[in-house]
Structure formats: C-alpha cells, structure tokens
Design a protein. Structure first.
Length: 246
C-alpha cells in the first residue's frame, strides 16, 4: 500500500517570482513542496502575498519567473481542472438558490451527479439546511456552502484563502476538524490565515512575509526556532532573528 510519504508531491514551487507592471516584487524567490494528504498552513500578515501565491498555485495568476507544478503538471493545466478546488475569501454562492441548488450547480459544471453534491453538503455539516435559501443562512453557514461547492468535485488539492476569518471559535474548531478529516481521506490542503493560533492544526507551515518565504517547517520546529510555545511570539522571534542575520 502506498503511503502519503511515498506519493508524489501535491505541488512543487521553485524560484517563483511575481512582479507588478512596474517591476516591484509581489513574490520573490519562493521555493516549497506541498506534501500529499496533509494540511499546510500559509501564514503571514495581511499584504504578505498569501492570496497571490494561492492564485498562482491554482493557475489564475501570471508568473514572472520560476515554475509552479501541481501533481506534476504546470499550474492551471486543463487536466487539473477537476483535481484542484479553490475557495476564495469572497463566498461564491448564489443567494437566491438553496444550499443544494448551489452545490448541484457547481457539481453539474464538472459533469458530476447529484450524489456528489449531497456528499459535499454532508461533509461540511449542512445536510439539515440543504433546502434553505442561501440568503437565509448565517455568515458561517454561508462560508460552508462555498466550501461544499469546492468539495463537490472531490479535489485532490484544496486551496482555501482564509476560510475561518470572521467565524466564531466554535465554528472555527468544527471547520478544522473537517479539514483534518479531508486530509485523512487523502486530500492535500493549503489553508491561508493571519491568525497564528491556527498553525497548530497544520502538519507543515509556510511562513510568508513581504513576498518572501521565511521558512517551511512544522509547528514544533517553529516553537523551537522561535524559542516560545506561543506560535505568534515564535513567529515574531523568527523575523527578528532573520533581520539580525542580514
């Protein structure tokens, strides 16, 4: 039986650079590998380049130099359309449709049956609300509909741009439990956040600041390198150490 560690990487990024039209760097010299069947946290302050990096990974942002491969193919390749799911910060939901109608619509776009939509709705805990119109949902429920739409295609790589922002602590905990279940089933997840406490839910962390990747490491390695059990304080110490080393 092939284990996750023996499988090919979900994504490989080498020498990635993205610049504005005036030549200013947005991302500069990014290198990392996403392990299969694992949760990777993309962490950093607002403006660090997290969304740009995620858009590049799903193939909707032009790169200036470097390579971005997903399951061995160039990011955005037609063959990856059913393999990669992307949930943006803005929910992609039609408010005048029910939960089920929204998810069935996105499943139908990929030629998938009603059963795929029902499975996705159940995966995010919205089965009791499947016939409720999206406009009548709470903010947290609304966000989960977007996640269900992405899950309907059963992506091998799921990219989530700050999916827990603005949610209450209980709902955040529920979502992270669902993310962990997806990873156990073999899905690779890349989840961005600017809340360092969420790093503890990830197997690997990508620490991004000012368009540069400071490190790729585990939460425990961050605690050790940052000399603090508090992940936020450890991240700040890592930044200070790198500034001193320049």
């Amino acid at each position: 039986m092939t284990t996750a560690s023996q499988q090919a990487p979900a994504a490989e990024v080498a020498g990635l650079a993205i610049r504005t039209g005036k030549g200013s760097p947005i991302l500069d010299g990014i290198d990392f590998v996403l392990a299969p069947g694992a949760i990777t946290g993309l962490l950093g302050p607002s403006g660090a380049g997290k969304t740009t990096l995620m858009r590049t990974l799903v193939g909707v942002h032009k790169i200036s130099s470097g390579t971005v491969k997903v399951f061995g193919l160039a990011a955005g390749a037609p063959a990856l359309r059913g393999a990669v799911g992307y949930v943006t910060q803005a929910p992609s939901v039609y408010q005048d449709l029910s939960v089920l109608e929204n998810v069935r619509y996105f499943a139908a776009l990929q030629g998938l049956p009603r059963a795929s939509a029902l499975e996705a709705i159940d995966a995010v805990g919205l089965s009791p609300l499947s016939h409720r119109r999206a406009s009548g949902l709470s903010g947290g429920e609304f966000s989960r509909v977007s996640l269900a739409c992405a899950l309907a295609g059963k992506p091998r790589l799921l990219v989530l741009d700050e999916p827990t922002v603005g949610l209450d602590p209980v709902l955040r905990a529920e979502l992270w439990q669902r993310f962990a279940a997806l990873a156990q089933e073999g899905t690779s997840l890349l989840i961005s956040s600017h809340v360092m406490e969420e790093a503890s839910h990830c197997q690997t962390l990508l620490l991004l600041r000012q368009g540069k990747l400071l490190a790729q490491l585990t939460p425990q390695q961050l605690r050790e390198r940052g000399r603090s059990e508090d992940l936020e304080l450890a991240f700040l110490q890592l930044i200070r150490d790198q500034e001193v080393a320049k």
